[in-house]
Design a protein around this ligand. Structure first.
Ligand code: UTP
Length: 289
């Protein structure tokens, strides 16, 4: 056991090249899935896991994120005056209590590891979550809540994993397990993009982590890795030499919204899950097909 997970780091400062040119003026995590930005779902997932404070790691030109999580007196006043209570509730649903969100500038997109390191002063000396906000995870028990429950059980560090599509494990960060029995397994190592045929398992690290603060001094001295970026996985591999890591195969479905087709799939899937939209969405999709 190593303390409760109260804070989550959401790194959103990447360039989002796979969803350009849209991501040029709209931060990619502010793109809509049905009628809410992707980040709205991620923040909802964080809160459902008991997270009280969210640290966004943002880049230049991403002021829209801060504005979205702030009150908008003009819009809210107009909705109140018109008696549009339902839309007003929707507009207010994502607002934090004062002081529950921090925004840290990553002054250059040097990599995910560097982005997480930027949160060190706000996280301090406690375990924390990292959520990759491109990855939208639909699950009965939200993915981060599953990871936090695993952390409550075994402590140390937890990475959420899932099976890579057939023949695609070499594109991902893959975990190496001590043994595989059930969904929560002790890790022996991890490999970033293993050469085809050399993958130690078919489970890839899919975007939710619970990490111990001991990762920060390792990130501080972490040099550039794959793609010339400071990689979180490299620092995790260092931390694994002194602390336990477990891989949790979560129960749910992941949509990679950092990718054009992934974003499209998420829009279709989430519209079909919405009781108020399912019928008309199904009709529209069937018509197109
Ligand atoms: P990605 O690998 O998806 O990179 O980063 P990206 O730049 O966002 O997207 P592509 O690949 O160019 O299309 C994984 C997560 O880490 C964040 C990204 O915003 C994304 O949420 N990140 C990455 C940072 O915050 N800073 C970085 O320097 C790199």
């Amino acid at each position: 056991m190593s303390g409760r997970v109260r804070k989550a780091v959401l790194p959103v400062a990447g360039l989002g090249t796979r969803v350009l040119p849209g991501a040029k003026t709209t931060p990619k995590n502010m793109l809509n899935v049905v009628d809410r930005p992707i980040l709205s779902y991620i923040v909802e997932e964080a809160r459902a896991a008991g997270v009280e404070h969210i640290v966004f790691i943002v880049g230049r030109g991403q002021g829209a994120i801060e504005d979205y999580f702030d009150s908008s007196p003009e819009i809210e006043g107009a909705l109140e005056a018109k008696g549009k209570a339902e839309i007003l509730a929707d507009v207010r649903r994502d607002l934090p209590k004062p002081g529950q969100m921090s925004f840290v500038r990553q002054m250059a997109p040097l990599g995910l590891g560097h982005a997480v390191w930027c949160a060190r002063d706000i996280i301090g000396d406690e375990p924390f979550a990292v959520m990759l906000p491109d990855m939208l995870m639909a699950a009965d028990t939200p993915a981060l809540a599953q990871a936090v429950a695993a952390h409550d059980r075994v402590g140390g560090n937890i990475v959420v994993v899932e099976p890579a599509p057939e023949g695609e494990a070499h594109k991902y960060g893959i975990v190496d397990l001590e043994s595989q029995d059930g969904r929560l397994n002790k890790m022996r190592g991890m490999v970033e993009k293993p050469a085809p045929g050399t993958e130690p398992s078919n489970l890839f690290i899919s975007g939710r982590y619970v990490l111990q603060p001991d990762i920060f001094p390792l990130l501080e001295k972490q040099g550039k890795g794959a793609g010339g970026e400071i990689q979180l996985t490299d620092a995790m591999a260092e931390l694994m030499k002194i602390q336990s890591f477990h891989a949790l195969e979560y129960e749910g479905v992941t949509y990679d919204c950092g990718d054009k087709i992934g974003l499209l799939r998420a829009n279709v899937a989430f519209a079909l899950r919405r009781p108020d939209l399912a019928d008309s969405a199904r009709r529209a999709i069937t018509e197109l097909l």
